[in-house]
Design a protein around this ligand. Sequence first.
Ligand code: FOL
Length: 211
Amino acid sequence: MTTPELTLIVAATRSMGIGFQGTMPWKGLKREMQYFARVTTRVPTSSQPPIQNAVIMGRKTWDSIPPKFRPLKNRLNIVITRSAPANPPPSPPPADAEVRVPSVEAALRYAAEASSINGGGTAARVFVMGGAQIYEAALTHPLAKRVLLTSIDSEFECDTWFPLDLTGGKAEGWERKSKEELQAWTGEEIDEGGQEEAGVKYEFQMWEKKD
Ligand code: FOL
């Protein structure tokens, strides 16, 4: 059983705002959401289906996903909640159900053991998709390796922030990777000159921890 590295994925405003009143601060960034869905679903070519990626999220983030999109399809959904049973849930989880665990550590353990969906192997890639409390725990974790940031070039009213400041292109202990490296890792073809939809400009970025 190998312990997978962690990739945090987040969309944030210029001041690293990520949420407002239990939902996202902006509306209508459909293509941005589709980028999230593709990137978290796509597995490296070395691990074809039925191998899946895992997405780890807090209970409030789970609640914020429209019920018709839950659990996020073709990904192992792991939800962190203090009310989860202390014992590890059965592996495999019931088809099309999320797995609930009590801590980030338990989530990582479950992703590493990763159920019979993955033939008892590890999840191909493990993504942490928030919210703030879960990002905070993940960022201080030794396995945290990269952040896929969608940097939104507007301000929206926020009451929740990403706990690492990546504005200004600098962050202690982190380095921004090139567009080519982002494309290679995600398998995405990124347009030159940034993105824009619903009157909002944004940019896809990849950051990695320096070793
Ligand atoms: N990262 C990025 N880059 N953008 C986000 O919007 C984002 N959102 C979250 C975490 N990381 C992010 C948490 N919030 C869905 C809804 C809310 C959510 C994450 C995902 C969701 O419904 N996802 C569906 C896509 C539905 C659609 O196509 O509109 C999925 O299948 O992933």
